[in-house]
Design a protein around this ligand. Structure first.
Ligand code: PEP
Ligand code: MG
Length: 598
C-alpha cells in the first residue's frame, strides 16, 4: 500500500474486475488492512535466538518477494496506464526484498543489538528513509517517493513477520470498503456486517470458506481483484458490486449514479422478497422443497430467522470455535449448540462435527500434540479422518450434541467421509458416548439423533450406495466435491475459471449419490454453494433433490425460483443437461432455462 507521498495521486476512474462472491452494492471509502499493524511491539531477543530470528526474517522476505512477484505477473489485467505505473515500482520492491541494504542492515541489527526482526526492520527502514530524505537533490518529490518505498517494504516485511495483518480493525470507519491481499476464513468471521460496507481482496476463490463467510454475513464482496491493493490508498472513494465482480476506484459521476440506482433496486428487491417469508417453497405442481440455512457463527441467527429457514441444514461447528486458542470442552460446546437449537425454536439443526484441516484454521488444535499438517493439507488429516485419529475430540463433541438433543431436534453429520468404515467407526463411538452419558444420569433418548455423512469427495460419491448402508442421511457438499473432482482448489484465484460445479463430472457424481440415497429412501440434501444459486435449482430438483441448505440470504431468491417451477420441466431439463459433455454448453443451458432460448 502506498502513502500519499509516494507519487502523484491518480484520481482517474479505474475499473477492476474480480470474482463476484457476495451480491450487493457499496459506495464507500477504501480502508486498507494491508497497512502495518500500528503497534508491532518493540522486542528484544536472547543471543541464542539470533539464528532462528534471522531465519524468520529470511522466510518473511521470501514470502513477501513471492507475493510481489505474483502481483507483477497479474499486472496484465490492468489498464495499460496502471501497468506502466506499477511495474517499475514492483521491480523496485522485488529488489529491496532480495539482498538489499534494508535486509542486510536488519539482519545485522538482530545479531548486534539483539532485536526481534520486526523491530530491526522498522529501525533499519527508518534509518534508510531518513538518509534518503537528507540527500541534496532538487527532485524533492523523487526523494520522498524513494523514502516511502523503503518504508513500504519495511511494513510489508513486518506484516508478514507478525502474521496478524487483519485483526486490527479498530480504526475502521463505518461504511468503509475493506481491502486486503487476502483474508482468512477466521478473519472473515470477525467482521461486523453493520460496520463494513463491502470487502475486496487480491486472493480468494468463489467457494473458499472466506467467500462463504462473507456471503453468510451478507457483506457484498469481490475476491481475486488483481492490482487493487497497490492502486488504492486509504480513504479513496470506490464502488463495489458483489454481483458483477466489479470494483471502480475513484468513480466518476456516471459510475456513482449507476451504483445509487443499484442500491435502490436491491432495497426494492429485498422488500419484495421479504413477502415470501411465510409462503411455502412449493412448485407450481405442488412439490414441496425443504429450504434450510447453513450457519457458521451466531451473528447469522437473526438473518436465518428473517429468511424463514426451515432449520439449519449445515452447522459448520468448526467456525464456532475458530478464533480461540484452546479446544472447546464438552460444556463450551453444549452451551454453543444449545443456544442455536433454542434459537431455532423446534426446527431441526444439523450439526456437522468439526471439519478441521485443509484451509480451516486449526489454532485451537495446536495445543497439546498438534496433528501434522502433512505436505498437502487438503488431501491429508482433515474432517472425520482427524477426529477418528483423535477420538477424544469426537467423544466430547458427540457428548455435547447428544445432551443438546434433549432441547430440540438435532442431526449429526460427518465431514470428509471417503469410506463406509469411517461412518461405522464414528457410529460405534457415538453409541458408546450415549451409553456413557446414560450411566452418568443424562437424559438421552433410546433412539439417537440421525447420524449422516457429507458426500463431498469423488470417492464417497461413487461409493454412495455402500455408504448409504451405514449412514442415516446424506448431505452433498458440492464445494469440496467440485474441488476434489476437478483438482482445483476452491480458494485459488488463478484457477477460478476451472473450478466449476457445473462440470459434467461433478454433476454425474451428484446424480449418482442422489440416486443411491433415493433408492434407499434415505434423506438427501445439497448443502454446498450450488444449493443457494437460484439458477441451479431446476437442475437439482430435476436430479431428485428436495432439500437444500444454503446461506440464509439466498433462501428468498431460491424460494422465489422454486415457486415458478414445474417439476416435470425440471426433470426434462436435468435429463438434457446430463446428456452434455461440455461444461460451456451446460452453462448455456442453465442460463437459458425458462427463456425462449431453452
Ligand atoms: C462442501 O464442501 O460443499 C461443504 C458444504 O462443506 P464446506 O464448504 O464447509 O467444506
Ligand atoms: Mg466441505
Amino acid at each position: 500500500m502506498k502513502t500519499d507521498t509516494r507519487r502523484p495521486r491518480r484520481i482517474k476512474e479505474t475499473v477492476f474486475k474480480g470474482i463476484a462472491v457476495s451480491p450487493g452494492v457499496a459506495i464507500g471509502a477504501i480502508f486498507d488492512t494491508t497497512e502495518p499493524p500500528a503497534e508491532a511491539p518493540r522486542r528484544d531477543i536472547k543471543p541464542e535466538q539470533v539464528e532462528a530470528e534471522r531465519e524468520r526474517l529470511n522466510a518473511a522476505a521470501a514470502t513477501a518477494r513471492k507475493q510481489v512477484t505474483k502481483l507483477k505477473t497479474r499486472l496484465s489485467v490492468l489498464p495499460e496506464e496502471a501497468q506502466e505505473e506499477l511495474a517499475p515500482l514492483l521491480d523496485a520492491y522485488i529488489l529491496m526484498l532480495g539482498n538489499s541494504r534494508l535486509l542486510r542492515g536488519a539482519r545485522k541489527r538482530i545479531g548486534d543489538l539483539l532485536l526481534a526482526p520486526e523491530t530491526a526492520v522498522l529501525d533499519e527502514a527508518e534509518e534508510i528513509a531518513a538518509t534518503i530524505l537528507a540527500l541534496k537533490d532538487d527532485d524533492k518529490a523523487g526523494l520522498l517517493r524513494r523514502a516511502a518505498e523503503v518504508r513500504e517494504i519495511g511494513r510489508r516485511l513486518i506484516r508478514t513477520l507478525t502474521a496478524t495483518p487483519f485483526r486490527s480493525l479498530k480504526d475502521l470507519p463505518p461504511g468503509a470498503i475493506l481491502i486486503a491481499e487476502e483474508i482468512t476464513p477466521a478473519d472473515a468471521a470477525l467482521l461486523d456486517p453493520s460496520r463494513i460496507a463491502a470487502v475486496a481482496t487480491e486472493e480468494g476463490g468463489a467457494d473458499g470458506h472466506t467467500a462463504i463467510m462473507l456471503r453468510a454475513l451478507g457483506i457484498p464482496a469481490v475476491l481475486g481483484v488483481h492490482g487493487l491493493t497497490e492502486a488504492a490508498t486509504r480513504g479513496d472513494q470506490a464502488v463495489l458490486d458483489g454481483a458483477t465482480g466489479q470494483v471502480v476506484l475513484h468513480p466518476g459521476e456516471g459510475a456513482l449514479a449507476a451504483a445509487r440506482e443499484s442500491l435502490a433496486a436491491y432495497a426494492r428487491e429485498r422488500t419484495k422478497l421479504s413477502k415470501l417469508r411465510r409462503l411455502p417453497a412449493e412448485t407450481t405442481d405442488g412439490e414441496v422443497v425443504e429450504l434450510q440455512a447453513n450457519m457458521e457463527i451466531p451473528a447469522e441467527l437473526p438473518l436465518i430467522a428473517q429468511a424463514g429457514a426451515q432449520g439449519i441444514g449445515l452447522l459448520r461447528s468448526e467456525f464456532l470455535f475458530m478464533n480461540r486458542e484452546t479446544l472447546p470442552d464438552e460444556h463450551a460446546q453444549f452451551d454453543a449448540y444449545r443456544s442455536v437449537v433454542e434459537a431455532m425454536g423446534g426446527d431441526p439443526v444439523t450439526i456437522r462435527v468439526l471439519d478441521w484441516g485443509g484451509e480451516k484454521d486449526m489454532e485451537a488444535l495446536a495445543e497439546g500434540s498438534p496433528p501434522p499438517a502433512g505436505p498437502n493439507p487438503a488431501l491429508g488429516l482433515r474432517g472425520i479422518r482427524l477426529l477418528l485419529k483423535r477420538p477424544e475430540l469426537l467423544e466430547e463433541q458427540f457428548a455435547a450434541i447428544l445432551r443438546v438433543a434433549a432441547r430440540g431436534p438435532v442431526r449429526v453429520m460427518l465431514p470428509m467421509v471417503t469410506i463406509p468404515a469411517e461412518v461405522a467407526q464414528a457410529r460405534d463411538i457415538y453409541e458408546r458416548v450415549a451409553r456413557r452419558l446414560r450411566r452418568r444420569g443424562e437424559n438421552i433418548a433410546e433412539k439417537l439423533p440421525p447420524l449422516g455423512a457429507m458426500i463431498e469427495t469423488p470417492g464417497a460419491a461413487l461409493a454412495a450406495d455402500a455408504i448409504a448402508l451405514e449412514a442415516d442421511f446424506f448431505a452433498i457438499g458440492t464445494n469440496d466435491l467440485a474441488m476434489y473432482t476437478l483438482a482445483v482448489d476452491r480458494a485459488e484465484t488463478d484457477l477460478a475459471h476451472l473450478y466449476d460445479p457445473l462440470h459434467p463430472a461433478v454433476l454425474r457424481l451428484v446424480q449418482f449419490a442422489t440416486e443411491a440415497a433415493l433408492r434407499m429412501r434415505m434423506p438427501v440434501s445439497v448443502c454446498g454453494e450450488m444449493g443457494g444459486n437460484p439458477k441451479l435449482v431446476p437442475l437439482l430438483l430435476g436430479l431428485g433433490i428436495r432439500s437444500l441448505s444454503m446461506n440464509a440470504s439466498s433462501i428468498p431468491r431460491v424460494k422465489q425460483a422454486i415457486r415458478a417451477l414445474d417439476i416435470d420441466d425440471c426433470a426434462r431439463f436435468a435429463r438434457r443437461v446430463m446428456e452434455q459433455s461440455d461444461p460451456a454448453r451446460i452453462h448455456e443451458l442453465v442460463s437459458a432455462f425458462g427463456t425462449d432460448k431453452a
